[in-house]
Design a binder for this molecule. Structure first.
Ligand code: FMN
Length: 206
């Protein structure tokens, strides 16, 4: 196929252009709704679409925080201090509440309250879960890697080992997850999202 392609060497792009191309192309991104406690005990909740599962034995997930001009977001500050977090799954019914928790508010504001959500402490780690979520992963921080040395924007990737999965009955069939029942949403670029409502199957070759 001779598709007409446009090449963007990264060396010629500014940080905003890199952001737009990366987040526009790597889609849909799952959303980790990261729950943590501040040192003052205030519950914190925020969505991170630089979120992914990167290992299963042990299970490890990552989320990545943009650190702009040295300003460390509350989730990253909290997990650096506490060493633990929850990753709550965002389903379609929770997407408006998820978006509300992205508000840039001071650490003294509890985003659970802001979005009308309920804190549920599952007890394996000292981090708040979202009671309304269909699945909550309790995680302990096992590593952090920083990418970039530009003080205007770099990224800190937090690696969390999952110590407990909490999963609603309604999405479980034994240890199999019913993806339709999970009804997860994914993030596209900017304010756009995708559902997982249209699915298809492919048999593996061989
Ligand atoms: C769907 C969605 C995904 C987001 N993903 C990220 C992300 O991956 N990394 C990031 O630094 N900010 C991300 N944000 C922005 C943060 O949620 C926002 O800055 C939030 O206020 C951070 O809260 P905190 O300071 O309580 O951690 C995202 C926002 C939305 C709505």
């Amino acid at each position: 196929m001779n598709r007409s392609m446009v090449t963007f060497p990264v060396a010629d792009l500014n940080p905003t252009e890199c952001y737009k191309l990366t987040t526009g192309l790597v889609i849909p991104r799952p959303i980790g709704w990261i729950g943590s406690y501040g040192t003052d005990g205030v519950a914190n909740l925020a969505p991170y679409s630089f979120f992914q599962a990167v290992a299963t034995n042990p299970p490890v997930v990552i989320f990545s925080t943009g650190v702009a001009k040295g300003v460390v977001k509350d989730s990253l500050a909290n997990v650096r201090d506490s060493g633990v977090f929850t990753a709550n799954m965002v389903d379609h019914d929770l997407s408006v509440a998820m978006n509300a928790t992205a508000a840039e508010v001071p650490p003294s504001v509890d985003e659970f309250g802001l979005a009308g959500l309920t804190v549920k402490d599952y007890g394996s780690v000292a981090a708040p879960g979202v009671a309304e979520a269909k699945a909550v992963l309790e995680c302990r921080v096992v590593d952090e890697k920083v990418f970039g040395s530009d003080p205007t924007l770099n990224h800190a990737v937090t690696f969390g080992e999952v110590v407990a999965f909490h999963i609603a009955d309604e999405v479980l069939d034994g240890t199999r997850i019913d993806a339709a029942a999970v009804d997860a949403v994914g993030r596209l670029a900017g304010t756009m999202y995708a559902t997982t409502r249209e699915q298809f199957s492919l048999d593996r070759p061989g």
